[in-house]
Design a protein around this ligand. Sequence first.
Ligand code: SF4
Ligand code: SF4
Length: 390
Amino acid sequence: MSSKVYFTDLRASQTGNLLQKLERLVKKAGIEDIDFKEKFVALKIHFGEFGNVAYVRPNYAAVIVRIVKELGGKPFLTDSNTLYSGSRSNAIDHIHTAMVNGFNPIAVGCDVIIADGLRGKDERIVDIGGTYCPEPKIGAAIAEADIVLSITHFKGHEMAGFGGAIKNLGMGAGSVAGKLDMHSTAQPKVEDEKCIGCRICEKNCAHDAIHVTNKLAAINYDRCVGCGQCVALCKNEAAVMGSTESGEILNYKIAEYTKAVLKDKPNFHIAFIMNVSPECDCWGHNDAAIIPDLGIAASFDPVALDQACADLVNAAPVLRTENMLTEKEHSHHHECCCKEHSHHHENEAEECDAKTDKFHLLHPNTNWQAGLRYAEEIGIGTRKYELVRV
Ligand code: SF4
Ligand code: SF4
């Protein structure tokens, strides 16, 4: 059995702008089949760390809010607090960031509720008989909602490989204790020969777990919670994920949390394959996109949706403007046939890009395939999909 993933490209005209195309897409994908009447509808989104501008535009969220309201539902935009220092680690800062980034009632037509409350402690344990996380701790407002819709900015991710619907739902909806639970096995390490002792990691670690002595950073694992902030901020690839295995386990845990988030709830998922930046929107910056903007996809199946988005990104040509992927290809002497056969014309160069896994090139110690395989195994959805162009 395969799932349908609906996809619309970004061509637009006087008679069909992108907001109208989004509406057509989600209706074609069947959003109206959900009974929204008088139901609390959690729209799980990432409001963007302050300084990051790659997150989903509020204009798109407003379309979904309006549709849900027209169908009789009571929507609210939501996310849980973060583990690291930044502008979203408690509800006050988080709501303020959401408002500043445009997610205010005037722009989107509904309120913002931070799912795990003031200090990230409002949670509900949702038992799904998980192997890696026996007691998933989900932000209360999401756990108590009747329906969950996810609105995801699809991009690369330094710890999970890519950030798609499952990452948005599983890691995103976890309370602060839930996020600790998921990150606990994902420990970074410092590759000494690459460390220049710049102290960027030390200054940004919210847990006082990484210190530089004699121009060399070292991690105190008694304090490290595995949040990955040092990995994202180190410009010398000295702070890296500890091992592929810890990356895999992180993805298994995220999958189990996703199962808990969706348990017994009608759910529907939308992904924006635009501004495909190489790393998470949790950082206060977004590096240049690695591929051209592709479109918007929607499905009832978050596994199929993630697989389809990953395939679309991997099949897309790499942007030849400066970006992290071109830089990594260069520095890793990536063996690409485009380079070996410079006489190839453009189409062949595109085919050549299609053979590479961009997420693995960006973040070698991650394994997104393992995460999707496990998500399928535990019954969240299927990796087999039919792409329906709208
Ligand atoms: S940010 Fe990277 S290079 Fe700088 S001190 Fe930390 S590990 Fe070393
Ligand atoms: S050392 Fe790195 S991963 Fe560990 S808590 Fe600090 S920033 Fe997070």
